[in-house]
Design a protein around this ligand. Structure first.
Ligand code: GDP
Length: 295
């Protein structure tokens, strides 16, 4: 599903979330562990205001574990608790519950002091498309929830899903737009598959990915694609294109006459990267992120 985000959609998405915020105690911000900053909504702090917040770094099964640790520290530095999860094959619910309880502990204790029975924590999952919101909602519900309103601007009656006895989760997530006007962000989103190829050219996305991989994951490239040479200087454009062509030849992505079909090679590179065939790869580091936000 590709959402076209026009200014009107953004305003409506934002209003929808702000309406839901009135109903909840805790916002669960879902990010992609491979691109924690690029998968973030640029206005998230303004939208969520001072609502207690838990950050989840989803798809951590595909991300570089060392960098995931660095990202958790980066968020801690911003006063945000971040928890890496795998919504598909992991067992995230227990950890999410424990962190949520921790984040809400002063409120829960205050209720107990007043002699009240602590009420279930009311929570809302928010995030950009494809970050794993529906997958996680289903995991938390322990069953498949039909999401009919999964488009900005399409509303339906929302319901609370019980997560054990301690949490109630809104069944419709808050859908946010990414910072796609930044070309680097767009390329990172496209490389992970969060936005579709129609928006950017597949060769451009694969070129971006290959350049990043050559700079950060040289051995993985050599091993996966069976190429002997990976350029030392990732800014050498010609050398990166040659590397893509070498991968194309290895994978038999050829046109008549034996020339490399670069589009086919690009699709192969991206498919294998997204499926985790090159290993666990993160496409942005907190150090780079500092540069991004300063721009
Ligand atoms: P939504 O648009 O935010 O609701 O995203 P979905 O829940 O539809 O997930 C988008 C895609 O990401 C689906 O193909 C999911 O199977 C996949 N996905 C979600 N969470 C994870 C995860 O933790 N690990 C991996 N490997 N894939 C995931």
């Amino acid at each position: 599903m590709t959402i076209q985000w026009f200014p009107g959609h953004m305003t409506r998405a934002r209003r929808q979330i702000q309406d839901k915020l009135k109903l909840i105690d805790l916002a669960i911000e879902l990010l992609d562990a491979r691109i924690p900053l690029s998968s973030r909504n640029p206005m998230i702090d303004e939208i969520l205001q001072n609502k207690p917040r838990l950050v989840l770094l989803n798809k951590s099964d595909l991300a570089d574990p060392e960098l995931t640790r660095q990202w958790v520290a980066y968020f801690a530095g911003q006063g945000l608790q971040a928890l890496p999860i795998d919504a598909v094959n992991g067992n995230p619910v227990k950890d999410i519950m424990a962190r949520s309880r921790e984040l809400m502990s002063s409120k829960i204790e205050a209720q107990i002091r007043k002699g009240m029975n602590p009420r279930a924590i009311r929570a809302l999952i928010v995030g950009i498309p494809n970050v794993g919101k529906s997958t996680l909602i289903n995991r938390m519900a322990g069953r498949k929830i039909a999401l009919t309103g999964d488009k900005p601007g399409v509303t339906k009656g929302q319901q609370w899903i019980k997560v054990g006895t301690e949490m109630e989760l809104l069944d419709t997530p808050g859908i946010l737009w990414p910072k796609f006007e930044d070309q680097q962000v767009g390329l990172r989103l496209a490389a992970t598959g969060a936005i579709k190829e129609e928006i950017l050219h597949v060769e451009d996305i694969a070129f971006f990915a290959m350049r990043y991989l050559a700079g950060h994951y040289k051995e993985a490239v050599k091993e996966r694609f069976g190429v002997s040479e990976v350029p030392d200087d990732p800014s050498d454009t010609d050398a990166i294109v040659e590397l893509m062509e070498a991968v194309g030849r290895k994978r038999g992505a050829l046109m008549s006459g034996g020339r490399v079909d670069l589009e086919k090679a690009s699709l192969t590179i991206l498919r294998e990267l997204r499926a985790g065939k090159l290993g666990r790869i993160t496409l942005e580091t907190p150090q780079e992120a500092v540069g991004m936000t300063e721009e």
